[in-house]
Design a binder for this molecule. Structure first.
Ligand code: AMP
Length: 710
């Protein structure tokens, strides 16, 4: 301590002596960088926190007094401010690859064998810990940190420079003298590694999140990525993120010959390099490293999920090359699954999007293999009974790396006396309809078309290519329609209008904080697409209904035997089973589907809204001749003679290229007036627009053109 103070005094004296603030500022920056490096990267501080703060304080004051010496790379500039709305995309000059996995030592040996075969002998490899964090790429230009980017999809990541500057062990400048390791000191160099959150910070962060009623991060990887993607870099600064740097984007940028030398250079340049690394020449040494890592894992202050083994020599790496997703010259040895025990509080039932009921274990949260597990699927009732897990049991859970958590079974000795065997509920937990289990099937299902849990999938299926093909009706829009309560079954699509769709709240806000809406252009296209879908062949609507087992081919078989929905609805189970290609199982699901009252209601509403539920002899993708193109019709009153709805009639007109509008103007070609026509009829007369009766309309639909007398 006395020495430290003496040093500081010496430096102050020096400053006074030189009275050159620029030089003093630079000397202070170097000194602070050096101590930051010792503290964060080497874990070997040489001066006390107080002394360090004192150096920082002097630097801040000098910089404030002499703004001409401002430098973004100064240690005083580390904590940035607000990053802005979004993180700009960054295209990686060289792709950021993933790693292939070896799930056990024998798979690791198989990889070593491949490498050995490629070179005719075992070549040196470097073993490193696989840090469970988030990939990061740091670019230095002229020795200064100019950009930090996430991996993203490997090709394009996000610019997180401001946030990474707040991570204390990231050097803002390379250490002096290290640029001699660069092959071209004038060119930028990109270094890569992992940004992670120490275990203690991960736990503290999650405790705070839970205390504030927020969702906890599932694992340190997500926590690291989440902390990095903060709009306010000072929040990132407060998160205690750290890095381990272990790669260079383009090895030609450095005058080092391999991974081992690269790690040495990175250390000298000021990066935090993981100390647990080893260069191995034998399979036995690699195994020993992996086994050691498994033993050390628990006591390390950060989470690791394996060991990465890399061919050392860059030349040899290059000759092995890459697959589409990962280098061939490296492998990630994943740790064996970890098991923990926890309390099974409840077994809930999740309704899948196709109506399948899945029992789910709800457990007291427990950290298994680096991530928090609180739920796990139990797959089906047989599985629950086979494993004999019951509510109140202490269960063993396991998780291997990124693999989904699994309940292995109960600890019987700890079972409460009153723990009852679990049964599947008789009614759907989402819609309360009775659930069914077909003979020979493991799964129970809810077959109600009105079940909200299934609504989204059914709606998307109806709009999908092979079904009614409503162009533009994708997951985002459909989710919003469902969430807003506006659409809950497929018939609701046909009640949407342009104005309403244009105003649909997309659940996001623009930079002024106003809700983003769907907008007129998209709304218009969607309404047109919905209209077109009314006239698709019956088989496609049948497929679109999402009846279990009814794929496109079965739908076509059904439609060719029963060309209208009415005919199909009165067919008995035996009638259906008699169709060539349709067995009793399919016959039963179709029969049951068409007898479920909720489904009948939806079918009825589809028909009312003009969806063709019969075969109009149109082949998939085939269009009727557009004989009515250029004409605009307005329909008013009811079509009593034919019993058609206006939507149905409209669909028929549109199928031949006509436009159908809701209001009469001078541009209207014809107004079709049914019984009790109202103001639209009056308007037509007023504007001199020709008025047709229902008979004329039927004739148009029949012959596909406007008869001469009209
Ligand atoms: P995965 O995401 O499971 O395919 O694993 C690949 C990722 O592991 C890489 O993208 C890195 O972010 C990460 N990783 C962690 N530690 C290392 C290491 N020592 N060497 C290479 N990659 C690592």
């Amino acid at each position: 301590m006395a020495d430290e103070q003496q040093n500081l005094l010496d430096e102050r004296a020096l400053a006074e002596a030189t009275s050159d603030p620029g030089a003093r500022i630079e000397a202070l920056r170097r000194e602070i960088e050096h101590h930051t490096y010792l503290y964060y990267a080497q874990d070997a501080p040489e001066i006390s926190d107080g002394a360090f703060d004192s150096l920082m304080h002097e630097l801040r004051e000098l910089e404030a007094a002499h703004p001409v010496f401002y430098d973004a790379a100064s240690p005083t500039q580390r904590v940035g401010g607000f990053v802005g709305e979004q993180f700009a995309p960054v295209r990686h000059a060289r792709r950021m690859y993933s790693l292939d996995n070896a799930m056990d030592l024998s798979e690791l040996d198989a990889w070593i064998e491949r490498v050995t075969e490629a070179f005719g002998r075992m070549v040196p490899v470097v073993c490193e810990l696989k840090i469970d964090g988030s990939s990061i790429a740091l670019t230095y230009d002229d020795g200064r940190l100019v950009r930090a980017a996430t991996r993203g999809d490997g090709t394009t990541g996000e610019d997180v420079t401001a946030n990474m500057r707040a991570v204390k062990d990231v050097p803002l400048r390379l250490r002096p003298g290290t640029s001699s390791g660069l092959t071209n000191a004038a060119a930028p160099v990109e270094l890569r590694g992992e940004v992670y959150l120490p275990k203690s910070s991960f736990e503290a962060l999650n405790e705070a999140a839970v205390a504030n009623g927020k969702q906890a991060f599932a694992n340190p990887r997500n926590a690291a990525a989440g902390s990095l993607r903060q709009k306010d870099a000072s929040i990132t600064a407060g998160r205690d993120l750290s890095t381990f740097i272990y790669a260079v984007a383009d090895e030609r940028a450095l005058s080092v010959s391999g991974q081992w030398e690269l790690l040495q250079w990175l250390r000298e340049a000021g990066f935090h390099v993981n100390p647990d690394v080893e260069r191995c020449d034998t399979v036995a040494a690699v195994h020993a490293f992996c086994e050691q890592a498994i033993l050390r894992r628990e006591s390390l202050p950060y989470e690791i999920d394996g060991v990465v083994v890399k061919v050392d020599s860059f030349l040899q790496q290059e000759s092995m090359g890459y697959t589409a997703r990962a280098p061939r010259w490296a492998i990630a040895f994943k740790f064996p699954p970890e098991e923990k025990t926890t309390l099974l509080r409840d077994i809930t039932v999740q309704v899948g999007r196709t109506g399948k009921l899945t029992p789910v274990a709800e457990m007291d949260p427990v950290v298994v293999a680096g991530s928090t597990v609180a739920r796990a699927t139990l797959h089906n009732v047989d599985e629950v009974q086979r494993k004999d897990v019951r509510m109140g049991d202490t269960v063993i859970v396991r998780k291997a790396g990124d693999v989904i958590p699994e309940v292995l079974g109960p600890v019987l000795a700890l079972r409460p006396a009153d723990a009852a065997v679990w049964q599947m509920p008789e009614r759907c937990p989402s819609c309360n309809s009775p659930v069914i289990r077909e003979d020979g099937e493991v799964d129970y299902r809810c077959i109600s078309i009105d079940c909200p849990a299934q609504a989204l999938e059914r709606l998307l299926h109806w709009a999908s290519r092979g079904a009614l093909d409503i162009d533009g009706m994708g997951e985002e829009i459909v989710s919003r329609l469902v969430e807003s309560g506006r659409v809950s079954d497929v018939a609701d699509y046909y009640t949407l209008d342009e104005t309403e769709l244009a105003l649909l709240d997309m659940g996001r806000v623009n930079k002024d904080g106003e809700p983003i809406r769907l907008g007129e252009t998209v709304a218009k296209k969607l309404v047109a697409a919905i209209d077109v879908s009314r006239t698709r062949p019956f088989a496609r609507a049948l497929f679109g209904l999402g009846i279990r087992h009814v794929g496109k081919t079965i739908a076509e078989l059904l439609a060719s035997t029963y060309p209208t929905i009415e005919a199909l609805m009165v067919a008995s189970e035996d009638d259906l089973a008699a169709i060539d290609g349709i067995g009793p199982k399919i016959a039963r699901t179709v029969y049951l589907f068409l007898r479920t009252p909720d489904n009948v209601v939806v079918i009825e509403r589809l028909r009312e809204r003009g969806v063709s539920l019969e075969d109009c002899a149109l082949e998939v993708g085939e269009e009727l001749p557009q004989t009515l193109a250029g004409l605009t019709f307005v329909l008013t009153g009811s079509l009593v003679e034919s019993g058609m709805t206006r939507d149905e009639a409209g669909a028929g007109l549109k199928a031949r290229g006509a436009k159908v509008s809701g209001s009469v103007s001078k541009k209207t070609s014809f107004v079709v007036a049914g019984e009790a026509a109202g103001s639209k009829y009056d308007k037509a007369v007023e504007l001199g627009v020709p008025v047709l009766d229902e008979a004329a309309l039927l004739r148009i639909l029949e012959i596909g053109e406007v008869p001469a007398e009209a």
